[in-house]
Design a protein around this ligand. Structure first.
Ligand SMILES: Cc1cc2nc3c(=O)[nH]c(=O)nc-3n(C[C@H](O)[C@H](O)[C@H](O)COP(=O)(O)OP(=O)(O)OC[C@H]3O[C@@H](n4cnc5c(N)ncnc54)[C@H](O)[C@@H]3O)c2cc1C
Length: 438
């Protein structure tokens, strides 16, 4: 990984100046980066810059990195940054989607070290907590919002990805309890989570009402019928994604998140959030890559002149800028439209908003991927080396087009909302009503 520059001094600073109203929170983020993140990155440089030391001997994320991330989460929680996206009544910062784009953009502009731990992501205080009950507040909501605990989100199964209705995990009533059976695949933070949020089918054939969320202590459940499965070796070597299994896991009624039958709506709301969050993440990382590429093509001499003196290279840099700017502009436009009627987590959501959220995700994921691809290209052989931030971000960019609903799921949902929704029993078309749509 290469040295970090303050994103405020970026050549793109004027193109992406945040509004004055966010000066305090962005100042807090900068302070957290300088005082909490940067020293830990320095101390763990040998692990962050070498994938063999990034993982432990079992291929899992190294415990020292996990510990550092947890320290950063807690510090960001105390400073009111970690859960800035959640409403104040949950202990969050109450920021809307537009403001969050600027906050996320700054956090990700620092690159690909420990900085992402400053903000809650899929292993933290997810918007599903909006459906937590009062009796779940002390054990789950408060510690997750403050960054004191981490969570996992179990929806996908080995046989059920893009289509929720393929799900095989079942929860059945037994007296006043529920019994959970099945398994989940591709689960982020699967072995280190304190809290599990699991979607299961509780009423097969019940349409949108067929699903229910359960939230419980993931460590305690391992004494019961909850089992960790295998670790997946992802292309970006996160050491953090794997399987979990439920064999007659008995859960009390109090484990239900929201209401019985509300799981589909909660899932869709949280997929929408995941999609909208791409905006600041992809913009921040694209800015970082543009900066690094500019540094490289001005310093690298090829044939007696800077690489960047060649028009072919200049056009690649220009295309990176155009990709970044168009995705960022679209994101801000969509975020303003979502914030205006507000709140961003409302259910149900009108079709035109769903369509724009899908457009935001597909635009960001694909633009960022093109930016990362060009960044690697202008770095030449150096970009192909695995232990570089350029290469790592290229791997991450390719991955982002899969989770949270794939590129195809976004396009199908956009097309359906424009009127191309057909009865799938009568057509062989891709447009069905059961995708991870949002
Ligand atoms: C690193 C990583 C982390 C993840 N973390 C989590 C997590 O924490 N929790 C969780 O629940 N899940 C997680 N996932 C799972 C992710 O959400 C799924 O991989 C994703 O939804 C796609 O499902 P699938 O892999 O089963 O692909 P499939 O559904 O098998 O789809 C395969 C391909 O076919 C396309 N396709 C499918 N149906 C259609 C159609 N009708 N028309 C056209 N194209 C179609 C898809 O777009 C995709 O490109 C994670 C995945 C990854 C890679």
């Amino acid at each position: 990984m290469t040295k970090k520059t303050d994103p405020g001094t970026s050549v793109l600073a004027e193109d992406s100046a945040p509004p004055d109203r966010l000066a305090d929170v962005l100042g807090t983020v900068r302070g957290l980066y300088d005082n909490v993140v940067a020293p830990r990155e320095e101390a763990l440089r040998h692990r962050l810059d070498d994938e063999r030391q990034f993982l432990d001997s079992d291929g899992r994320l190294h415990p020292e990195i996990i510990a550092a991330r947890r320290e950063i989460m807690r510090a960001a929680g105390e400073a009111g940054v970690y859960s800035a996206h959640l409403p104040e009544h949950l202990g969050g910062g109450g920021y809307g989607r537009e403001d969050m784009i600027y906050i996320e953009e700054l956090v990700y502009s620092y690159g690909v070290g420990l900085n992402p731990a400053l903000l809650s992501w899929s292993e933290g205080a997810t918007p599903r907590l909006l459906f937590a009950h009062d009796h779940q507040r002390d054990e789950f909501t408060d510690p997750l919002v403050k960054g004191q605990k981490t969570s996992l989100h179990g929806v996908t199964e080995s046989g059920a990805g893009s289509n929720l209705f393929d799900m095989k995990t079942r929860a059945t009533r037994k007296g006043s309890d529920w019994v959970l059976n099945g398994s989940k695949a591709y689960i982020t933070n699967y072995f280190d989570a304190d809290v599990a949020q699991i979607l299961a089918m509780t009423d097969e054939g019940g349409g949108r009402k067929a699903f229910t969320y359960f939230m419980f202590d993931a460590r305690e459940a391992q004494k019961n019928g909850y089992r960790l499965g295998g670790l997946y070796q992802t292309m970006f070597g996160d050491g953090y994604t794997g399987e979990i299994h439920f064999d007659d896991l008995v859960l009390p009624e109090s484990a239900i998140l929201g209401e019985v039958g509300q799981g589909f709506d909660i899932a869709v709301m949280s997929f929408n959030y995941t999609r909208m969050r791409r905006a600041g993440m992809c913009s921040g990382w694209s800015k970082y890559l543009i900066e690094k590429s500019l540094e490289r093509v001005t310093s690298r001499q090829v044939g007696g002149k800077p690489l960047g003196a060649n028009q072919g290279i200049q056009w690649m840099i220009a295309d990176m800028y155009v990709d970044w700017l168009q995705a960022r502009s679209l994101s801000l436009e969509v975020a303003r439209a979502i914030d205006t009627p507000g709140p961003w987590h409302r259910i149900p959501r009108p079709a035109d908003e769903i369509r724009r959220i899908c457009a935001l995700k597909v635009s960001n994921d694909e633009s960022f991927y093109r930016v990362a691809d060009r960044a690697l290209q202008v770095h030449g052989g150096a970009g192909v080396m695995r232990d570089t931030s350029i290469n790592k971000l290229f791997q991450i960019a390719r991955n982002l087009r899969i989770p949270g609903g794939t590129d195809e799921v976004q396009r199908t949902t956009i097309a359906e909302s424009l009127g191309l929704r057909f009865d799938s029993s009568k057509t062989s078309g891709a447009a069905t009503t059961t995708k991870k749509e949002g």
